[in-house]
Design a protein around this ligand. Structure first.
Ligand SMILES: [Zn+2]
Length: 200
C-alpha cells in the first residue's frame, strides 16, 4: 500500500519535475530544419562545426552546439537595425518560448538578463552591434561570451573588453576558435574551464 503510494508519488513528481531544460534540448538538425522551413535559407559553419551561422535579413543567427544539441542562440544585428522579426523567427524555431515569451524577449533592454520559461535570455550591445541571446537556464552557468568581430579572448562578462555584441558560446567552441580565457573576467568567474554544458 505504502509502496504503491510511494510509486504513485514518484510518478507524479517525475511528471511535473522534468525539466524545462530537458524540454529545451534541441538537436541542431531539428532546429536547422525548423529555421530553414520558416525562412527558406541555409546554414553555414562559422569557423567550427559547433558554431553555426545563419544570415537572416540584416541579422546573423549563431547557434552554439554541444554534442549536436543547440545550447545557445545569439541573434545579432547592426545597432541601427530593427531586428525583432528576425529574433522572433530565430527563437520561435527553437520552440522554447510561448508567444508571450517571444514578445518579452524582443522587449528586453540592453544589458538586461532574465529567466524566461525555463531559459535564460538577454540583450547585449557593443559599439556598432546589438544581440539578443537565449539558452536553456540549466546551461547558462557553463557558457561564455566570445567576440565575433575581433578579439583574442573569451569572457564571462559580455561587457568586458568592448566586444561588439558578443556571441554566447561554450569554452570548447571558443578554444576551437583559438581564443583564450580573459585574465580579468574569467578569473573572477572561477576560471570557467571546468564547466561543460549538460546536454548530451
Ligand atoms: Zn573579460
Amino acid at each position: 500500500m505504502c509502496r504503491r503510494l510511494f510509486a504513485a508519488l514518484l510518478a507524479a513528481l517525475m511528471l511535473c519535475a522534468p525539466a524545462l531544460s530537458e524540454a529545451a534540448v534541441m538537436p541542431f538538425s531539428q532546429y536547422a530544419d525548423a529555421l530553414a522551413g520558416l525562412t527558406g535559407a541555409a546554414w553555414t559553419e562559422d569557423g567550427s562545426a559547433d558554431l553555426m551561422a545563419f544570415p537572416l535579413g540584416d541579422a546573423d543567427v549563431y547557434a552554439c552546439l554541444h554534442d549536436g544539441n543547440v545550447v545557445a542562440v545569439t541573434v545579432e544585428a547592426p545597432r541601427e537595425t530593427a531586428f525583432d522579426e528576425e529574433v522572433d523567427t530565430a527563437v520561435r524555431a527553437l520552440g522554447w518560448l510561448s508567444d508571450e515569451g517571444l514578445s518579452r524577449l524582443c522587449a528586453l533592454t540592453e544589458g538586461e538578463e532574465i529567466a524566461l520559461e525555463g531559459c535564460a535570455a538577454g540583450r547585449v550591445g557593443g559599439e556598432t552591434r546589438v544581440a539578443v541571446w537565449i539558452c536553456p537556464e540549466a546551461e547558462r552557468g557553463a557558457l561564455v561570451w566570445q567576440p565575433m568581430h575581433g578579439g583574442e579572448k573569451y569572457h564571462a562578462d559580455p561587457t568586458c573588453s568592448g566586444m561588439d555584441a558578443p556571441c554566447l558560446s561554450t569554452v570548447a567552441v571558443a578554444e576551437m576558435w583559438g581564443l583564450e580565457p580573459c585574465g580579468r573576467c574569467m578569473e573572477q568567474a572561477g576560471g570557467g574551464t571546468e564547466g561543460e554544458p549538460t546536454t548530451n
